[in-house]
Design a protein around this ligand. Structure first.
Ligand code: MN
Ligand code: ZN
Length: 338
């Protein structure tokens, strides 16, 4: 079968590899129909993703059609359309025991720590497989994973009806968080440095947007919250400065959700946190969020149509990567089809 492989940084190839087969009674074999390209895939390609090892078959956002099942599989059947959760955990460590397996001590993510889903077939444990109950376009099955990031952030930040939420950054992660927050009944303000991205954010549901290069964020927040300050902030910009800014902007008793994986320090004092009794939480990957996303998509509460801006066939992978690198502002989510 064909698979997309990064043998080492700055190289991407389509390779013939052996097709995986059902090895255990709990395995599900899936013909992959679509796989999303993520910023972290670009990071694996250009050597800046510190978690990845090489050579690697990439792809952690993918879905397809079930073609075979192990003897004990009851969750799905042949022909079902499914999305695959790429998160693999040990099941025994502290995080796993308390139901937080997405931060397992021995965490492995398909397409990062082990081979992923940008290939024609995968075999995975049935617990990682989540099926659609209604018909859904084959080339959109991969949008579930990025939306699960949005669900995880909403859960970690306890975002609920009536909350006013600031999302820093209007890339795909910001948009996913926003749509889930809207589904949960929150009001959402989004920021960016690029007006065209804010335009898209408004089209996809953002209540308000702030062009931070030209508009005064403090003033806009004050207007949005009638002077109260912002109670929930999700930082998808993920720089040392954006984290500092999020902590400063949060109103007393506010929540800040952090998504960055950079290891550079920010200047935040104890007083910054204590005085306002802030809740600062990390949010990583997803913890059993697939079914909520699929339900949201099927009920029309989440809107993937404008989210996916580019679709390429698998043999155009080089072109897809080039497009993302050359026109990062025009590409929200690019999808590879098989
Ligand atoms: Mn991703
Ligand atoms: Zn574990």
């Amino acid at each position: 079968m064909k698979a997309i492989k990064v043998p080492k940084p700055f190289e991407i190839v389509i390779e013939d590899v052996e097709e995986p087969e059902i090895m255990s009674e709990t395995d599900v074999k899936i013909k992959v129909t679509s796989a999303g390209i993520c910023g972290s895939d670009i990071g694996i390609w250009n050597g800046t993703n510190s978690l990845a090892t090489y050579p690697r078959l990439i792809g952690h956002e993918f879905g397809g059609i079930v073609t075979a099942t192990g003897n004990s599989v009851s969750k799905v059947k042949i022909g079902d359309k499914v999305a695959v959760d790429p998160v693999m955990s040990c099941g025994h460590c502290y995080a796993c025991r308390i139901g937080r397996h997405n931060v397992c001590r021995d965490l492995e993510v398909m397409g990062v720590h082990r081979d992923g889903g940008m290939c024609e077939y995968v075999c995975v444990h049935e617990k990682n497989v989540h099926k659609f109950n209604k018909d859904f376009p084959e080339n959109m099955l991969s949008v579930v994973e990025p939306f699960t990031i949005g669900v995880e952030v909403n859960r970690r930040g306890a975002i609920k009806k009536g909350d006013k939420v600031l999302i820093m950054g209007s890339g795909p992660i910001g948009i996913a968080i926003m749509q889930v927050a809207k589904k949960n009944g929150a009001e959402v303000m989004m920021t960016d440095l690029v007006e065209s991205r804010l335009e898209k954010a408004r089209q996809m549901g953002a209540d308000r947007t702030v062009l931070v290069s030209e508009q005064d964020l403090d003033e806009m927040i004050s207007d949005f919250t009638e002077g109260e300050g912002i109670p929930v902030i999700a930082d998808t910009v993920c720089t040392p400065a954006s984290f500092e800014q999020a902590v400063k902007l949060a109103c007393p008793a506010g929540r800040v959700i952090v998504l960055g994986l950079k290891d550079q320090p920010s200047s935040i004092t104890m007083a910054d946190i204590t005085k306002k009794e802030l809740t600062i939480v990390g949010s990583r990957l997803n913890c059993d969020c697939f079914d909520e996303v699929i339900e949201g998509l099927e009920k029309g509460q989440l809107h993937p149509e404008k989210f996916v801006t580019h679709i390429f066939k698998y043999d155009e992978i080089q072109k897809a990567f080039d497009t993302i690198r050359e026109h990062p502002q025009d590409v929200m989510k690019a999808v590879i089809t098989f």
